[in-house]
Design a protein around this ligand. Structure first.
Ligand SMILES: [Zn+2]
Length: 239
């Protein structure tokens, strides 16, 4: 299966929290989107890995994603080594995405920055044909390098290199976030309170995206960083 966009997050809810409005918008425009979680989020304070995996599959279905895969890198302790890179390269080659979304380059959770660099490096190495990887049925995979890696802004307010108007998708984005029932505000939950389980947390996300939207005259927007130079054919296409 070929994808237009592969959105990669180290924890199963990173993508929903940070760039799901952009993904919903592109799905509505006819682009194919797949999701990859690098870990099962087993260090999360609330819920269990099994619950989070089911929540992730539910969210993917609500989003309209074509596929969601989970790798088994160690939450909190994964390292950038050949084994980790090969696992990600295999998924990139399986779906040959044109564009990859990755974690924020600098963030409150140290996993995010490390996963951002790991993902970007895997995207580059995936294009080197002398790195041999295999499909699940044993066939040799073909080298593939995505055209671009865009890092979605999550917790820390980084200055975006570009923002995407997601105003029409802010309601459905909140439905996706609430698919992760174990992680976010639930008045009936007996689990420990965390920084993201308070009722105010959603307001923080909305406030951040309202601010990004304000930059381009939109109600809401999601922000991204990239190391590449952005090109355009018509300067009037800028919002
Ligand atoms: Zn995370």
């Amino acid at each position: 299966m070929k994808l237009d966009i592969l959105a990669i997050g180290v924890h199963p809810d990173d993508v929903e929290l940070s760039c799901s409005g952009t993904l919903l918008k592109h799905i509505s425009m006819g682009y194919s989107v797949g999701l990859l979680d690098l870990t099962k989020g087993e260090l999360g304070t609330r819920g269990t890995p099994e619950i989070r995996t089911q929540e992730a599959l539910d969210a993917a279905q609500i989003m309209g994603a074509s596929v969601r895969e989970q790798l088994d890198l160690a939450d909190g302790f994964f390292v950038q080594n050949e084994e980790s890179l090969r696992k990600i390269i295999e998924v990139i080659r399986r779906y040959s995405p044109e564009i990859v979304f990755a974690n924020a380059l600098d963030d409150r959770h140290p996993d995010h920055g490390r996963a951002a660099k790991l993902t970007a490096e895997a995207c580059f190495l995936s294009g080197l044909r002398r790195i041999e990887t295999f499909e699940r049925d044993g066939t040799t995979q073909v080298a593939w390098r995505p055209k671009a890696v865009y890092h979605y802004i999550q917790d820390r307010i980084l200055k975006p290199d570009f923002v995407v108007d997601t105003s029409d998708f802010i309601d459905k984005k909140q439905v996706l976030i609430h698919a992760f029932k174990s992680q976010f505000y639930d008045p009936l939950s007996k689990e420990p309170v965390t920084p993201i389980s308070s009722p105010e947390f959603l307001q923080v996300i909305l406030g951040k995206e309202a601010n990004f939207g304000r930059f381009i005259g939109a109600t809401y927007a999601e922000g991204f960083n990239t190391s590449r130079v952005m090109g355009i054919n018509d300067v009037f296409d800028f919002i």
